[in-house]
Write a protein that binds this ligand. Structure first.
Ligand code: NDP
Length: 481
C-alpha cells in the first residue's frame, strides 16, 4: 500500500479536501462511485502535492481503493449525507480490517453518527463523525474541523486533519471535540449559530434600508466600517461584498434575488435537539422560523393584500447616524446572546450524551476556516478557560459589559422596528431572552398556578419547601403533596 489515507466521494467537498491533504505532503488514495469524477480530478490536479511530497492516487474500485491504504487504514467518506453514507459504509465494512478507521466528513445528523459508531464497533472498526465547515473554499485551503470518535482513532487521524485545517497563530482549527457523535453535534450547533448570525445581519440590513433609508451600497460601507471593530467576522465582510454587488443590469444584487430563504436542514436539527434538551436557543429558532416564513409565499401574498400599509404609515423619524450606531450595538448584543445560547446547547448535549467537550476549545477552532469565524470567538475561549464550568457566557466580564453598554440602543432599535413594522424576530427574541434571564420574578409563577388549577400539576412556594396543590374545584384549601 502506498497511501497514508484514503478518501471516497469526490464531489465539490471531497475533491477539495483530497487536494488539500495531498498539498500537505500526504499520499492519498481517492475514489468515487462514478469513476469519471476520479479521472477528472487526476486529469486536472494530478500533480497536486508534488512540491510537498504528497500525491493523489486514483483508484477505480472500492477494493483497489482499500488495498491502496496503509494499515490501520484511515478512510474519509465525503458523500451525500444520509442514505449515501450508509450505502458507502455497507460496501466498505466487508473490505476493512479490525482497527481501521472510517471517518464520515459529511453533514450527518449526530444520532446517525451514534448509530453508525455502534454499528462499526461491532465489526472492530473505529467510526469518527467529523464536522467540516468552510464550504468548498475551506475544504481546499483550510477548514475548521470538529472531530468526534475515540481517542485512539484521533491519535492516527488527528495529525493529518490538524495539518490541513485553517490555523490561527500557529494553532490548528481542528480538535477532537468529544467521543461518539460529538463532532457532528458541535458542527450542527455551529450551523445553527450561522443561521442566527445571518438572520441578525439580515435584520440589521433591513432596518438600515427601511428605517434609516440607506441604499445597498451605503449599507455596504456601514458593514465595512463595522468589520473594523468588535463585529469583525467573515460574514460581516461578506455582507459588505454582497451589498456592493450589482447584477449585469446594474441593479443592486440584493434586489434581484427572490426573498425566500432556503435551508438544508441543520438549523432545523439544531432547534429540534434544543427542544429535546430543553435549552432556549431563541436566536437560532427565530432565525430558522424566519427562513420558513420567507418561503411561505402564498401566505405572504394573502397577508400583503389584506394588511398592506402605505409607506407613510410606517415612516419613523430617526437620526440616521445615531440609528446606524444603535443597530450596530443591537447586532452585537443579539449576537452575544445567540452564541451564548449555542454554547449552552453544546454543554447540554455533551452532558446528555456523556461527551467530554471543552467549550473553550470549540470556540478556538471556530476562529478560522468556518463560516462563523470571527474575532470575538477568542473572547469566548478566554471566558471558558478562566471558568470552565461557566453558567452562562453572558455574565463573564467582557460579554456582560458588551451587553450592558448596548442595552439602551438595543431597546431603541427593537422599539423602532416595532413602530416601523419591520420584523426583527432575532433582535426581539434575543432582547427578551436577556430580559427574561435578568428579571427578578417571571410570570412563570402564574403559569404554574394555572397548571395546578387545570391539571393538578402542583407548585412550589417561595416561603417554604415542599410541593403543594390547591383544591381549585373545592374549598381552595392548600395541601402538601
Ligand atoms: P454531495 O452532497 O452533492 O454528494 C455527492 C457525492 O456523494 C458524490 O461523490 C456521489 O457519488 C456520492 N454519493 C451519493 N450517493 C452515493 C451512494 N449511494 N454511494 C456512493 N456514493 C454516493 O457532495 P458535496 O461535495 O456537496 O458534499 C459532500 C458532503 O459534505 C455532504 O455530506 C455535505 O452535506 C457535506 N458538506 C457540504 C458542504 C458544502 O458546502 N457543499 C459544506 C460542509 C459539508 P457520484 O459521483 O457517483 O454520484
Amino acid at each position: 500500500p502506498s497511501a497514508t489515507i484514503g478518501l471516497t466521494g469526490l464531489a465539490v467537498m471531497g475533491r477539495n479536501l483530497a487536494r488539500n491533504i495531498a498539498r500537505h505532503g500526504h499520499a492519498i488514495a481517492v475514489h468515487n462511485r462514478t469513476t469519471a469524477r476520479t479521472t477528472s480530478l487526476l486529469e486536472e490536479h494530478g500533480d497536486e502535492g508534488a512540491d510537498s511530497g504528497g500525491r493523489l492516487i486514483g483508484t477505480e474500485s472500492l477494493e483497489e481503493f482499500v488495498a491502496a491504504i496503509e494499515k490501520p487504514r484511515v478512510v474519509l467518506v465525503m458523500v451525500k449525507a444520509g442514505e449515501g453514507t450508509d450505502a458507502v459504509i455497507d460496501d466498505l465494512v466487508p473490505l476493512l480490517e479490525e482497527g481501521d478507521i472510517v471517518v464520515d466528513c459529511g453533514n450527518a445528523h449526530f444520532t446517525d453518527t451514534i448509530r453508525r459508531t455502534e454499528q462499526l464497533e461491532a465489526h472492530g472498526l473505529h467510526f469518527v463523525g467529523t464536522g467540516v465547515s468552510g464550504g468548498e473554499e475551506g475544504a481546499l485551503n483550510g477548514p475548521s474541523i470538529m472531530v468526534g470518535g475515540s481517542d485512539r482513532a484521533y491519535e492516527r487521524l488527528g495529525p493529518i486533519m490538524e495539518s490541513i485545517a485553517a490555523h490561527v497563530d500557529g494553532e490548528p482549527c481542528c480538535a477532537h471535540v468529544g467521543e461518539g457523535g460529538a463532532g457532528h453535534f458541535v458542527k450542527m450547533v455551529h450551523n445553527g449559530i450561522e443561521y442566527a448570525d445571518m438572520q441578525l445581519i439580515a435584520e440589521s440590513y433591513d432596518l438600515l434600508r427601511s428605517v434609516a433609508g440607506l441604499e445597498p451600497a451605503a449599507i455596504a460601507d456601514v458593514f465595512e466600517e463595522w468589520n473594523k471593530g468588535e463585529l469583525e467576522s467573515f460574514l460581516i465582510q461578506m455582507t459588505a461584498d454582497v451589498l456592493r454587488h450589482t447584477d449585469a443590469g446594474g441593479h443592486p444584487f440584493v434586489d434581484v434575488v427572490q426573498d425566500a430563504a432556503e435551508q438544508k436542514g441543520t438549523g432545523r436539527w439544531t432547534v429540534q435537539s434544543a427542544l429535546d434538551l430543553g435549552v432556549p436557543i431563541t436566536g437560532i429558532a427565530e432565525a430558522t422560523f424566519a427562513r420558513s416564513l420567507s418561503g411561505h409565499t402564498a401566505q405572504r401574498a394573502a397577508a400583503r393584500t389584506m394588511f398592506s400599509t402605505s409607506p407613510d404609515e410606517q415612516r419613523v423619524e430617526v437620526d440616521r447616524d445615531t440609528f446606524v450606531d444603535q443597530v450596530r450595538a443591537a447586532l452585537y448584543a443579539s449576537k452575544v446572546v445567540a452564541y451564548a445560547q449555542g454554547f449552552d446547547q453544546v454543554a447540554a448535549g455533551a452532558e446528555e450524551h456523556g461527551w467530554d467537550v471543552d467549550l473553550g476549545q470549540v470556540a478556538k477552532i471556530w476562529r478560522d476556516g468556518c463560516i462563523i469565524r470571527a474575532r470575538f470567538l477568542g473572547r469566548i475561549t478566554e471566558a471558558y478557560t478562566d471558568e470552565p464550568d461557566l453558567t452562562t457566557l453572558l455574565t463573564t466580564p467582557f460579554f456582560a459589559e458588551a451587553v450592558q453598554d448596548g442595552v439602551d440602543a438595543w431597546r431603541e432599535v427593537v422599539a423602532t422596528a416595532a413602530r416601523a413594522g419591520v420584523p426583527v424576530p432575532a433582535f426581539g427574541s434575543s432582547l427578551s431572552y436577556f430580559d427574561g434571564l435578568r428579571r427578578e420574578r417571571l410570570p412563570a409563577a402564574l403559569i404554574q398556578a394555572l397548571r395546578d388549577n387545570f391539571g393538578a400539576h402542583t407548585y412550589q412556594r417561595v416561603d417554604r419547601p415542599g410541593t403543594f396543590h390547591t383544591a381549585w374545584a373545592g374549598d381552595l384549601s392548600e395541601s402538601e403533596q
